[in-house]
Design a protein around this ligand. Structure first.
Ligand code: NAD
Ligand code: GLY
Length: 390
């Protein structure tokens, strides 16, 4: 079957080290996203919410709207409000219900209700304060409110700091498919305050590690090796290990997005594990498995497919499975439909955004550190699902 994707060159390694003890982590680090007039910086550091420099040179506007949820609001809304108050005449907040199950039209509309009922004009700056669900929905609201207003990503989960807040993919779910309705729309800034991760439940930390691990096999085996050496520190919330993981992940994502903002080709490699993972999320119902859990397990399935396609050896699959296990993530897929489980997965995957005319496209590992997008025979995909599901 033809492959439609070229492999990336490994981006320059910035400050890579083997163990946490050799870190020289600066208090605030910046990763640039270079996209012509849509370029912006990702700020990474501890205590950024309360640092005045974080908020310098925001777009000029009378009004700001903080979009958050009922879990995050009591933790961080007051700090963000205080930090940005001097920049706007009015700072409003809309608090959404928490959870992937609310990443839908109804909840999105609550943002528009809040904006319109408060008379927010087309210069209003939105602040997405939360994880990937809040970030994706706020971004989509910003893309479409009055045909586009600026927004700032303030990600508070590991997953959102290493992935979803960066690169401008915004969306809501449809019952038939994950992230099916959305837009490419870049934020004007990303602020990753590592201190917010201290309140993150362990299950959510593990979910974020799935997206961190992802960057290794697709682009940077040295980073994969570093994660293996530091997985216990990461699981234990070691601040320096987390700082490095966030920075390196953002560097790799910035490198990919800088070349292919709208996923004409290369950017699809960031979807490693997601074709299977999205089928798990949609198949079980959104929110039953966390996105990161589905991606973790999906990477094992995609690695197994890569092996059966002759691209990596069995040892590579075992290595990835072992790391994903150590990250506290599931490595066996759920049985969604006992009568025809593989058929159920395949039906969901035919709706994946990468599919062409119903032909599923998978991100496969084409030798360690390189990824490609390609098709696979249905029979092989069935065998992988049967072999990888409980
Ligand atoms: P999430 O947004 O649901 O957050 C996870 C949970 O943690 C929620 O209950 C949230 O309220 C809570 N939480 C957030 N920050 C917290 C904190 N600091 N302390 C305590 N609790 C906190 O999930 P997520 O894993 O951040 O994001 C997953 C979403 O991101 C999915 O919808 C996925 O599709 C999307 N995503 C998008 C992209 C993209 O490129 N746009 C990339 C990857 C994932
Ligand atoms: N998380 C996939 C992407 O940003 O393209």
């Amino acid at each position: 079957l033809p492959c439609v994707q070229t492999s990336p060159q490994t981006p320059t390694l910035g400050g890579m080290s083997e163990t946490t003890s050799s870190f020289q982590t600066a208090p605030v680090q910046t990763v640039a996203i270079s996209l012509d007039d849509r370029s912006y910086d990702i700020h990474i550091g501890q205590g950024l919410l309360s640092r005045p420099a974080t908020w310098a040179q925001l777009p000029k506007a009378q009004t700001a709207m903080i979009v958050t949820n009922d879990t995050i609001a009591p933790l961080y809304e007051a700090a963000l409000r205080q930090a940005i108050a001097g920049h706007f005449k009015q700072v409003h907040t809309v608090v959404l219900p928490d959870g992937e199950a609310h990443k839908d039209w109804q909840t999105l509309n609550l943002i528009f209700d809040a904006l319109l009922s408060r008379g927010c004009d087309r210069k209003t700056v939105l602040f997405a304060l939360g994880g990937g669900v809040i970030g994706d929905m706020t971004g989509f609201a910003a893309a479409s409110y009055m045909r586009g207003v600026p927004f700032v990503q303030v990600p508070t989960t590991l997953l959102s700091q290493v992935d979803s807040s960066v690169g401008g993919k915004t969306a809501i779910n449809h019952p038939l498919g994950k992230n099916m309705i959305g837009a490419f729309y870049q934020p004007v800034r990303v602020v990753c305050d590592l201190n917010t991760l201290t309140t993150l439940p362990q299950r959510e930390l593990s979910a974020g590690l799935a997206e961190v691990i992802k960057y290794g096999p697709i682009a940077d085996m040295a980073f994969l090796q570093w994660i293996e050496a530091n997985i216990d520190a990461l699981m234990g919330q070691d601040p320096q290990a987390l700082a490095h993981a966030v920075k390196r992940s953002c560097e790799i994502k910035a490198w990919v997005v800088g070349q292919d903002e709208r996923e004409a080709g290369l950017r699809a490699i960031l979807n490693f594990g997601h074709t299977f993972g999205h089928a798990i999320e949609a198949g079980l119902g959104f929110g039953v498995w966390l996105h990161g859990e589905a991606v973790g397990c999906g990477m094992v399935m995609a690695a197994e497919l890569s092996h059966r396609l002759g691209r990596v050896d069995a040892a590579f699959v075992a290595r990835l499975r072992a790391l994903i296990t150590r990250a506290g993530l599931p490595v066996r897929g759920p049985v969604i439909d006992a009568s025809d489980n593989a058929g159920h997965y395949i039906a969901h995957m035919r709706l994946d955004k990468k599919a062409v005319g119903g032909d599923i496209q998978f991100v496969v590992i084409d030798g360690p550190g390189k990824a490609q997008v390609c098709g696979a025979p249905d029979s092989m995909v069935r065998d992988v699902i049967d072999a990888c599901c409980a």
